[in-house]
Design a protein around this ligand. Sequence first.
Ligand SMILES: Nc1ncnc2c1ncn2[C@@H]1O[C@H](COP(=O)(O)OP(=O)(O)O)[C@@H](O)[C@H]1O
Ligand SMILES: N[C@@H](CCC(=O)OP(=O)(O)O)C(=O)O
Length: 376
Amino acid sequence: MVADLSAAFLPASCPLLVVKVGSSLLVQPDGTVRREWLQTLVADISARHKAGQRCIIVTSGAIALGARRLGFDKGGRASLADAQAAASVGQIVLSGIWADLLEGQSLAAAQMLVTLDDLEDRRRYLNIAATLDRLLGAGAVPVINENDSVATEEIRFGDNDRLAARVAQAAGATGVILLSDVDGLFDRAPHLPGATLLPTIDKIDGRVRVMVAEGSSSGMGSGGMASKLDAADIATRAGIGLVIASGLRDHPLLALEQGGASTFFAPREGGSARKSWLGGRLTVKGRIRIDDGAVQALKNGSSLLPAGALSVEGEFKRGDVIDISADDDIAIARGLSEYDAVDAARICGHRSSELAAILGTVPRSVLVHRDQLVLL
Ligand SMILES: Nc1ncnc2c1ncn2[C@@H]1O[C@H](COP(=O)(O)OP(=O)(O)O)[C@@H](O)[C@H]1O
Ligand SMILES: N[C@@H](CCC(=O)OP(=O)(O)O)C(=O)O
């Protein structure tokens, strides 16, 4: 397994790597930054930079840092207003530390603060991709965090694990390393007796999900292991390998190279860049249930026709992302709807020749076009 890891993440085989640093790792319980440790991570990044690998840093910690300075309790997470205020105070400190440490290695830090919407909207997503491309081409090191001080509940990731996976997709990275305060994914909460580290995961299914306790144990982070699994799901579907590893040791990237403990999520094969963007979208507005014949048709690469649809749930507009399921709640596909929810419900189960009479207009022949659809 160590061989897999090295091949997936060393400069020769991974030209662009995303490294995410969690709050629990960056901020100490007394609210100060683990600066000496961070310096060893930046030294690792610099060594890889010299070996030809470009790195993007996704950093948490703004809320935890700001909360301490403003004297907020519950790590600044008692309310959205607290989190927003704490983030504005903490982010400026956080950026300063990264800029300072990278400068110490003669690397230019490039700050980008993004919201969920920036990565869900196709045009803004491509814009971020272009900015990252230009920065990396110029040899800068992007340092990214969520724009917490303006993000509201509806438009926020809330954890930086999924943000790191989405950034990796946008930038065309081939590896993501999530550094946390655990060695990786254990078969149960790591403090429980008998907990065993799982070195590789090929598929994130229900058996893997039940191993994970909700929330952050340190009280500093927000996502916990559940959001790391979501991130692994987004990344691996996009053909990107992801590793969860401990940042509790100095030189954490070097430690990983030398065979340090971790969990590796293997990338999946296939899928276009556009489809992987679609599959990773987090804002799903509705659901269409389909019959067995339609399930088979989608698996064979066809578009979804109204004739195979059974029912419609949710309120969505044309162009919104919807899930497609058979008779349970597990989505088998995700795509952009050609119809709003009201019209989609009206034409469910009807043949193409009947649509004009039902809708009174020249209809679009498919509910979801195969180019706008990804199997999950
Ligand atoms: N099955 C599991 N394996 C590993 N860690 C787990 C598991 N279930 C819950 N956790 C908890 O997830 C925590 C890491 O998440 P979090 O505190 O959000 O870190 P970060 O700030 O690095 O994102 C670990 O400290 C651990 O206690
Ligand atoms: N954007 C937030 C980080 C969100 C968060 O806590 O993420 P994590 O530590 O990865 O669970 C911040 O800078 O405080």
